[in-house]
Each structure stands twice: as C-alpha cells, then as structure tokens.
Design a protein. Structure first.
Length: 144
C-alpha cells in the first residue's frame, strides 16, 4: 500500500487504533488531517468491529474500503480481498491432511488465489460517490 501510494502521489497516513476506544480519536485525527478516504485493513478485531468502523467512516464522510468483501454488508463502501469461503476450504484441506498423518511442517505455504470485490451502493449514495457502471459489473456482488 505504501509503494502504491508513493507511486500515485497519494499521501498515506497510517494510524494505529488497536481497540474500540481508540477508533473515534483515530477518525477525528483523519478528519483533522484532511483525509479523503480510509482503508480498514484485514484484522480480526477490525472485522469484529466492522459495523462500528464503517459507521465512523460514514459519519466522517470518508469512503471506506475494507479488506474483506463481505464487510460491505457492515457498511463499508467497498470490500476487496481474498475469498473467505475459499480460505475456509483450503483450511479444511490442511486439517484433513494433518489428520491423515502429514506433518504440518510438510504442508506448503499458500497464498490466496481468488479475490472478491463488493460494492455498497447505498453508502455510495449517502456519500455522494459515483461508482462507475463498469466497476459495478466487475463486482462479485453489489449491495443496493
């Protein structure tokens, strides 16, 4: 993300907010710094608190992109990341191999191969953001 931002001439501001009581101050800092969007990274705590984070982004009038597609159901504008269903299937494959006697250290490390894009048009309308129709057509799912 840092490399892309630098190449695109975008100022990337990284804020640490590890716990729910740190979210509102982080969004206040973003607003004060003139942020134009927020990326909610893949993190178990952020996923758990996805509704709260999406609501803070919307309240701050910041378009949000989350690293799990299904977080658009929680209120993120866009979600893009590995398919959670595929990751679960691969996990089941690993567990099955371990139960069959394969030592865990002998299993190869894998990276995701299927990514999902989701768009929340309701949030887009609230923020006054236009999502191009060709991007909507490429999305795995769109929330109206």
């Amino acid at each position: 993300m840092r490399n892309f931002a630098a190449d695109a001439g975008i100022t990337l501001q990284v804020l640490d907010a590890a716990q729910p009581d740190q979210y509102a101050p982080a969004f206040a800092k973003m607003r004060g710094a003139g942020a134009e969007a927020v990326v909610i990274t893949a993190n178990a705590t952020f996923y758990r608190d996805g509704r709260q984070l999406a609501a803070l982004a919307l309240e701050s009038k910041l378009p949000s992109i989350c690293e799990w597609a299904d977080m658009v159901e929680m209120g993120c504008l866009m979600g893009y990341g590995p398919s959670r269903a595929e990751l679960r299937r691969r996990l089941a494959h690993y567990v099955a191999n371990i139960f069959r006697g394969t030592p865990p250290g002998d299993l190869p490390a894998e990276t995701p191969t299927h990514f999902e894009l989701a768009i929340n048009l309701k949030v887009a309308r609230i923020l006054g953001v236009t999502i191009p129709t060709d991007l909507q057509a490429r999305a795995d799912y769109v929330v109206e």
